[in-house]
Design a protein around this ligand. Structure first.
Ligand SMILES: [Zn+2]
Length: 304
């Protein structure tokens, strides 16, 4: 979710032969193929589910594959076969009511990190604390992920929005559970408390807000007064691989799950100064699989 970086050429993503390897031992040079070399849980269950075809969602009866985007539940895949991700900061996703659920990638985040992700349908959104919450959205006043924490600290010190505040950084869990599955704990039970493991965790960021909408619909949400005054953060250099790329939009306009993934990768490296070792790659568990399916279909149709 970023503005046009005009210096960059278009990235011919759909021509990449994306390798979706089952496991991550072959982590290599990612270079210009961002979905290669990810440390992903096995896609075997998704391959099996794909062979089985669409099934009825047990809750709503809708015809679905892998998961039901209406009920936010898995279909044809068991919960133990899907990775469970712990995020270092909670995220809220604001969805446009007209956004087609089946095309949205926001649901991927909710299924993969259920304890840390909340999806709201606009205009039902909460009030956000301006000293501890950022909005990932491009704009003239947006800052980079690298500058985000400094800007937040500056705000907190200004006093204009200072509030007694909730305890900061107390509930954070620094290390995501890499490779864990949903079987490990009740996804609805939230994140258990854990002692801080590093000083870097004492940062002011409590929550990150993403907008899930086609780019033509985002203006109404981003200009909502409840989001005004939030520090805006821009992912300036990332490029999309989304197969539903929007006509006329630059390739730096990311799918929601891509934006979430890149945000946390940058956050770990640039804000926490920690080495990135694929901790959040499984955010792209469904996305990378679907990407490879679409690419294969395009190639066999001779379009790519
Ligand atoms: Zn359903």
């Amino acid at each position: 979710m970023s503005a046009l970086d005009e210096a960059q050429p278009l990235h011919p993503c759909c021509r990449d032969k994306t390798t979706v390897s089952g496991n991550s031992s072959d982590f290599g040079e990612v270079a210009k193929q961002p979905l290669q070399g990810l440390k992903l849980a096995s896609h075997a269950a998704l391959e099996r589910a794909q062979r089985s075809g669409r099934l009825k969602c047990s809750k709503c009866g809708g015809s679905r594959m892998f998961f039901c985007y209406t009920c936010c539940s898995l279909v044809g895949v068991s919960i133990q076969e899907v990775p469970l991700i712990k995020l270092p900061v909670k995220i809220d996703i604001i969805k446009h009511p007209n956004e087609t659920d089946g095309k949205s990638t926001a649901i991927h985040a909710k299924i993969l990190a259920p304890g840390d992700v909340t999806i709201y349908t606009y205009p039902c959104i909460p009030e956000f604390e301006k000293d501890t919450v950022v909005l990932v959205f491009p704009g003239p006043g947006a800052v980079s992920v690298q500058d985000m924490l400094r800007c937040l600290r500056d705000r907190g010190g200004s006093g204009s929005h200072a509030s007694p505040a909730e305890p900061k950084a107390k509930r954070r869990k620094s290390q995501p559970v890499h490779g864990a599955t949903h079987g490990a704990e009740d996804p609805e039970s939230g994140t258990p408390d854990e002692a801080p493991s590093s000083e870097s965790r004492h940062h002011p960021l409590e929550r990150v807000v993403f907008i899930d909408s086609t780019w033509n619909q985002t203006n109404k949400i981003s200009t909502d007064e409840r989001l005004q005054g939030l520090l805006q953060v821009e992912l300036k250099t990332r490029k999309t691989c989304f197969w539903r790329r929007q006509k006329g939009k630059p390739d730096t306009y990311l799918a929601t799950i891509e934006a979430i993934y890149y945000f946390f990768k940058d956050f770990q490296q640039l804000c926490l100064s920690q080495e990135y070792d694929g901790e959040y790659d499984n955010l792209l568990f469904f996305y990378s699989f679907l990407h490879s399916v679409v690419n294969k279909a395009k190639m066999s149709a001779g379009k790519c």
